[in-house]
Design a protein around this ligand. Structure first.
Ligand code: GLP
Length: 242
């Protein structure tokens, strides 16, 4: 793992957007793995701005998002498809057909998981996988105790995740879907490069366990220690327990 500690969250996000922009510049046919969550919002805003200023061309870029809630349709404001449309896709010149988010409204979610994994392979695998970190150490929606070699699958979300994400559902845990589709930890580890971005003191403990603790299914993010090319961008607050 290569660790970069930035002075504040804004600088961390700016650097993350630069890494993504550079990837698209150097390989216009990049396959990007994308993430959602509050941390990513400003990164996408910055990337969209850079794309406009520098006429960055996304027309041949292909994207695969990490995860999606089961039971939410694409037009649900809390679905990750809706999030991606709003925060990134409608602000860059990426063709709709090039963007992939697991279909949480699929009639057969197990089949959707398999087909999603197949589509990633067909695209030649992921060049650069962007990742956030859950407060319980999850990456994508791979919750503690999920297998480190898993592929795209259906998960039941941990209580801690329902609590963490309730903010987006009127602070009501009951409204957060209980299940999700997620790329597996194995799928994530297969990416050519991984970019983990974490900010804020609330995640300082889990960041230390991810980076310095043993590789363990108890802390799914710790699997990134096994990734041959993983860049970790932190602000000082998130790095304060290292
Ligand atoms: C969700 C996503 C994760 C993301 C996490 C962090 O749970 N499934 O992929 O890493 O949120 O979210 P935030 O940036 O809002 O703390």
């Amino acid at each position: 793992m290569q660790i970069v500690i930035c002075s504040d969250a804004a600088q961390t996000r700016r650097l993350a957007a630069q890494v993504l922009a550079q990837q698209v510049k150097s390989k216009p046919t990049s396959v990007l793995g994308l993430a959602t969550g509050r941390t990513m919002e400003a990164i996408y805003a910055q990337l969209a701005e850079t794309a406009q200023q520098q006429a960055l061309d996304f027309s041949r870029v292909i994207t695969f998002n990490l995860d999606e809630y089961i039971g939410l349709t694409a037009d649900h404001p809390q679905s990750y498809r809706y999030y991606m449309q709003t925060h990134l896709f409608q602000r860059i010149n990426i063709p709709a057909a090039n963007t992939h988010v697991p279909d949480g409204a699929a009639a057969d979610v197990e089949a959707e998981a398999q087909s999603y994994e197949g589509r990633i392979s067909q695209a030649g695998g992921i060049d650069l996988q962007l990742l956030g970190l859950g407060e319980n150490g999850h990456i994508g929606f791979n919750e503690p105790l999920s297998a480190l070699n898993s592929r795209t699958h259906v998960v039941t979300l941990a209580q801690a995740t329902l609590k963490q994400n309730a903010e987006m559902f009127n602070n009501d845990m009951e409204q957060v879907p209980a299940r999700a589709l997620t790329m597996g930890t194995g799928t994530i580890l297969d990416s050519q490069e991984a970019l983990l971005v974490v900010t804020g003191a609330a995640k300082a403990d889990i960041v230390a366990r991810v980076i310095e603790g043993p590789v363990s299914a108890l802390v799914p993010g710790s699997a990134l220690q096994l990734h041959p090319h993983c860049l970790v961008l932190l602000d000082e607050a998130a790095a304060s327990r290292l």
